[in-house]
Design a protein around this ligand. Sequence first.
Ligand SMILES: Nc1ncnc2c1ncn2[C@@H]1O[C@H](COP(=O)(O)OP(=O)(O)OP(=O)(O)O)[C@@H](O)[C@H]1O
Ligand SMILES: CC(C)(CO)[C@@H](O)C(=O)[O-]
Ligand code: BAL
Length: 291
Amino acid sequence: MQTFTTIADLRAALAPHRLDGRTIGLVPTMGYLHVGHMELARRARAENDIVVATIFVNPLQFGANEDLARYPRDLARDQAMLEAEGVHYLFAPGVADMYPRPMETVVDVPKLGAELEGSVRPGHFAGVATVVTKLFNIAGPDRAYFGEKDFQQLTIIRRMAEDLAQPVEVVGVPTVREADGLACSSRNVYLSAEERAAAAIVPRALNEAERLIAAGETDAARVEEAVTAFLRAEPLARPEVVALRDPETLADIDGIGENPVLLLLFVRFGSTKLLDNRVIDPKNVKIAKVA
Ligand SMILES: Nc1ncnc2c1ncn2[C@@H]1O[C@H](COP(=O)(O)OP(=O)(O)OP(=O)(O)O)[C@@H](O)[C@H]1O
Ligand SMILES: CC(C)(CO)[C@@H](O)C(=O)[O-]
Ligand code: BAL
């Protein structure tokens, strides 16, 4: 695997592959890789001739009081993991390589980006959409791989690619979990031992919603209230977003009918944010065995 830090070097390496008709899969990340990221790389490797992973902790998507400075980093370990997975190129630019001048141009998907996680992280999704567009422009991938764990992000990137006719197929990859059901996440390392043990409540809250829907609950607000109360029973958990939505549009739903619904959770433990979600099909509810 070759690592590049400049846009020009990555483009020079990819140009001959494109001329020879090889397909390129892109795996954008912020590094400090775990088995969830590796699943994206595996899918990309299976479906493309050439795989490019990127590691860039993008300042545009962090608010002033967020964890940009302390975001975990370990480039040598990440390189070894990507190499073992057969990734061909790693693009790991510095901030000055990506943004030589302050950005004047912003890509925003404002309605989808303002709600749910966006309501507690204003500007976050414009930062994501802008950097992902730039990464698409740099690498010119045929396919790009994103985790369903960040469901709102995936929805926004799909919509952006469709609206702007970006010539890339956006591929969503199911969430990879720890043994107790907690979704793998780079930020899990911030959790104290006590918080880490308590965090298993998050996937269990998804089970609780499924249980309620399986038992015939059709009122979305009642499910949200019950799941919030379930999470609050864990003293270390601070639920900030508990929302049942339409999985295609993220729009509010009145009631739970025949169609699948998305439950999206954003829960803080201390200063650490944890995300999780599940699409629940009321016609085919089985209590998931994540924990
Ligand atoms: N558990 C997971 N399963 C599948 N994909 C994942 C998982 N965790 C992250 N991803 C995906 O990996 C890509 C890069 O994510 P990122 O580097 O932010 O990692 P992260 O673990 O989500 O970090 P953070 O803890 O900062 O949210 C995103 O598309 C994200 O959805
Ligand atoms: C997609 C992404 C790499 C853009 O910085 C980031 O938001 C992430 O890691 O999910
Ligand atoms: N995994 C999403 C990127 C972020 O939280 O900034």
